[in-house]
Design a protein around this ligand. Structure first.
Ligand SMILES: O=C(O)CCC(=O)C(=O)O
Ligand SMILES: [Fe+2]
Length: 465
């Protein structure tokens, strides 16, 4: 993450925002103007920033950028704080609205808040008209009741009664939370729209637990006492990596092999050469009519496109969105030829649909989900999904829906441009997968080929008309 320009100007540089490849907003170290590194920590584990030299420079175009990013704050992280530093929060808030600045300050850690408030407006009285609040260090007055936290007094320089909850991903880190939000509701502040969250993005442990209690179906009935699913020695399921011919077999490995659940993920590294990847990447990026549909929780955090073979007009509905089909373009045949040959599939057996995603940078993601929509029948029978990655390297994770004691819950893979990944058997029933947030600035395109087994009513490829 880049240092804030105001910090740079003051000779201080906040670095190493948490060190994790994710959304953790907190700086954990700072380079001082003496060139030494200081640990930033609070009694609660969240770090504290004491960059009192932060100036009162008005926001520039970067400020606008910050404001925009504020609205894209990742789930579980408070909006104004999302940029990882009070100065960002302040600047973002400043750009947005003085009242928002108040919330930015409030949202932030008390020490951050001081700077947020101070830097953001310099006119603390405008924070929320008619209220005595948000006057922190450096501002003239500190008194009054907090406008949104009953019983809470405003106090100078920290020890402000912000409540903290464990960071959803990083043990030992804490994030401020706003009391009064309904459980499971993504923290946000009045005046901001709800977080733009993918309804598939159910990646906080807290969320997961609560959702589980509320709406997750109980584990399905097992095939027998020892097996979740009928073993493939009986069903005769053939894996692509086994049934692809002698010359291709050596290309494959199976990083996920769960015979008990009949779940598999196959992998071929660097299937396509770099020049081929580059050429398809550009063609796809520039020619596809990318959509970023709005779901119940805001725009999905990536661009997408749903393509089908001629004769099918099934829409793809998932997570409260609906994507209209586009026809396979001419490049699709060329690409399928390259990708599906090593899978041992001849043209008559090719998939009849493909879901495409464009992740413009590491901030774009797909949250935990399974491709278990009725179209593909993956909850009821073996289901193949073949995925090709182009562009930036991203992590890909699989987790069990119903882990048993001591079972490893997450399988982590790294997908580079040109890599092929499959999910086979009952993987869509027993596992969820995701592409988590990362720091990269580089774009990635992913294509997942699938077989529509149950066409929507009215689709010319379906049984009924
Ligand atoms: O981008 C990826 O690798 C996964 C995409 C995915 O899971 C999906 O499109 O359903
Ligand atoms: Fe998926």
């Amino acid at each position: 993450m880049q240092s804030h320009p105001q910090l740079q100007a003051s000779g201080r540089r906040a670095i190493n925002f948490c060190g994790f490849a994710c959304e953790c907003p907190f700086a954990v170290e700072e380079v001082t103007n003496k060139g030494t590194r200081e640990k930033l920590s609070t009694p609660l584990g969240g770090p504290r920033v004491e960059s009192a030299e932060v100036g009162l420079t008005p926001p520039d175009s970067r400020g606008h950028a910050s404001a925009a990013q504020v609205h894209q704050a990742p789930p579980g992280i408070l909006h104004a704080h999302a940029q990882g530093h009070a100065a960002h929060a302040a600047q973002a808030a400043h750009v947005a609205h003085a009242a928002h600045a108040a919330h930015a300050a409030h949202a932030a850690h008390a020490a951050h808040a001081a700077h947020a408030a101070q830097v953001a407006y310099g006119h603390p009285h405008q924070a929320l008209p008619g209220q005595h609040h948000m006057h922190y260090a450096g501002a003239p007055v500190v008194h009054g009741m907090h406008p949104m936290m009953p019983g809470a007094h405003m106090v100078p320089n920290g020890h402000y009664p912000i409540h903290y909850a464990p960071h959803p991903h990083h043990p030992g880190y804490y994030v401020p939370v706003y009391p009064g939000h309904p459980p499971g509701y993504p923290p946000h502040y009045p005046g901001y729209p709800p977080l733009a969250r993918d309804s598939r993005d159910k990646d906080s442990d807290e969320d997961r637990k609560k959702r589980k209690e509320r709406e997750e179906p109980p584990p399905p009935t097992k095939f027998d006492d020892d097996h979740w699913e009928e073993p493939r020695s009986r069903t005769k399921l053939k894996l692509l990596g086994e049934d692809c011919g002698e010359e291709n077999r050596k290309l494959w490995s199976y990083p996920l092999t769960d015979e008990n659940r009949r779940c598999f993920a196959g992998y071929i590294p660097c299937l396509l050469k770099e020049e081929v990847c580059d050429s398809f990447f550009k063609k796809i990026r520039d020619s596809v009519d990318w959509q970023q549909p709005e779901g119940p929780l805001g725009q999905i955090p990536r661009k997408t496109c749903w393509m089908v073979k001629a004769g099918c007009d099934c829409k793809y509905r998932y997570g409260g969105i609906e994507v209209a089909p586009q026809k396979f373009p001419s490049w699709m045949n060329e690409l399928m030829e390259l990708v599906l040959k090593p899978c041992g599939l001849s043209q008559k057996d090719w998939p009849n649909s493909c879901n495409l995603n464009l992740y413009e940078d590491g901030g774009m993601t797909v949250g935990w989900h399974a491709d278990d929509e009725k179209l593909f029948q993956g909850r009821f029978r073996d289901c193949r999904i073949i995925s090709l990655s182009l562009g930036a390297t991203r992590k890909f994770e699989l987790r069990l829906n119903w882990p048993e004691e001591e079972e490893a819950q997450i399988t982590r893979l790294t997908l580079r441009g040109g890599d092929l990944l499959t999910m086979e058997g009952m993987t869509q029933k027993h596992f969820q997968h995701r592409v988590p947030r990362e720091g990269t600035k580089e774009p990635r395109i992913n294509l997942t080929w699938r077989w529509v087994k149950k066409h929507l009513p009215g689709c010319p490829s379906g049984g009924r008309r």
